[in-house]
Design a protein around this ligand. Structure first.
Ligand code: C5P
Length: 400
């Protein structure tokens, strides 16, 4: 089970099971997630914010929409920040408010403002759970796509026995992780290039670019979660490879080309997210070049890896990237045709809040006969949306 790089907004509402939220926060973090706790007034009566702050490693937000909370992170950005909003425990009262679409405290407002997955782990007395009003609310929530974890059955804090117990933190963490495992690329082999390349000038200097590799690594993670067997050919980056990914580290464009082409056989999909240096130094010096008044470097073009892949007798489904500072859509569409790609992912670079080296991005995905824009958001979420699109287009091509 992994929740690597996932951001989970953990809502804690008024139920005796709130004491288990402390262990849940710890387990989610152990599985690799970042956890932001938001408590309702009722939740804070059962467990202290300080406990949850210590275990989540972040200051806890409380029930009201106050200036301080808004200044730290507005409720809309908080809802956008989350890859998953998980309410555990979810009390009967909170479920009723959720079903009604209320916005009468911070957590309820966040749920209204969130467009990503929302999961609830109900916890209440068995009679309250069996009540027609609660069951109606649950039906409504399920119909709207809310994921419901549990409840379990057994001894209850009130001394009764029956359904209504919150699931154990371990089970909630596992079910949360399972939400991200889409199975859309089950058994497919996907090769991804990521990061920059370094082109040596001499023994100590090189030419490179500002690519951090974050987008490519997030795509590798999303592809693994979709069930693919992923090979990641990475230029020099300061990132950890996602679990279950085969990583091959390279340095220069020439090394990347060799690594990619050498492993292309049997691949179903190639995603070229790397920012390959366009030029390399024609004659890199073996030692360190001495300082001089003026140094002239002769650069020669690096071979285009992507073109080499689409020129193969049986190319895989190929996805290229286009980083542009202007006319993003037009340049990208031209590149789609010119490089004979199945799909191209365009993004605007040179802006501080997105693209290269940023945690956020905004993408425009184009293919023959269609396009879709993926609005500004965390790279992890965009990567999952992109993998969903790739799986759709790949499936369409397969059956064409
Ligand atoms: O032509 P341009 O460099 O803008 O194309 C970008 C796309 O081509 C990216 O997907 C990048 O990974 C790929 N590329 C490549 N080999 C190169 C240059 C770019 O695979 N030498």
């Amino acid at each position: 089970m992994t929740l690597a790089n996932k951001r989970i907004l953990l809502g804690v509402t008024g139920s005796i099971a709130a004491y288990k939220s402390a262990e849940l926060a710890r387990r989610l973090r152990e599985a690799g997630a970042e956890v932001q706790v938001v408590m309702t007034r009722g939740g804070a009566e059962f467990i202290t914010p300080l406990t949850l702050q210590a275990l989540s490693g972040r200051p806890v937000f409380l029930h009201h929409l106050d200036a301080e909370t808004e200044a730290a992170m507005g409720h809309i950005s908080l809802a956008r920040w989350a890859d998953l909003v998980l309410i555990a425990p979810a009390s009967a009262d909170f479920l009723a408010r959720l079903a009604q679409g209320r916005a009468d405290d911070l957590l309820a407002t966040l749920c209204l403002a969130c467009d990503g997955p929302l999961a609830v782990a109900p916890a209440m007395n068995r009679q309250m759970w069996a009540q027609a009003s609660t069951q109606d609310n649950m039906r409504l929530l399920r119909e709207r796509g809310v994921h419901v974890f549990g409840p379990g059955s057994g001894d209850q804090a009130c001394g009764e026995n029956g359904p209504g117990r919150m699931l154990e933190p371990r089970e909630i963490a596992e079910q949360s992780a399972a939400l991200f495992d889409s199975g859309l690329l089950q058994g497919r082999r996907v090769l991804i290039s990521a990061g920059p390349t370094r082109e040596d000038i001499d023994a100590v200097r090189y030419i490179s670019n500002r690519s951090s590799g974050k987008m490519g690594f997030a795509i590798a993670q999303a592809a693994v979660e979709a069930g693919a067997r992923v090979t990641l050919v990475a230029g020099p980056v300061a990132l950890q490879a996602p679990e279950r990914v085969r990583r091959i580290d390279v340095r220069s464009a020439a090394e990347m080309r060799e690594a990619v082409l050498g492993r292309m056989e049997g691949q179903d999909i190639f995603i070229a997210a790397a920012a390959v240096a366009d030029y390399r130094v024609a004659r890199p010096a073996a030692g360190k070049v001495k300082k001089q008044a003026r140094l002239i470097l002769e650069l020669e073009r690096n071979p285009d890896i992507l073109r080499a892949v689409t020129a193969l007798p049986v190319p895989p489904f190929t996805v290229g990237f286009a980083a542009e500072t202007e006319n993003v859509a037009a340049y990208a569409r031209a590149k789609l045709r010119d490089k004979a790609l199945d799909m191209i992912v365009a993004n605007e670079v040179g802006r501080h809040d997105r693209g290269f080296d940023s945690d956020d991005n905004e993408l425009l995905v184009l293919w023959k006969g269609g396009e879709k824009s993926l609005p500004l958001g965390p790279k992890g979420r965009l990567a999952r949306e992109l993998i969903t699109l790739i799986a759709e287009r790949y499936g369409a091509k397969d059956t064409a």
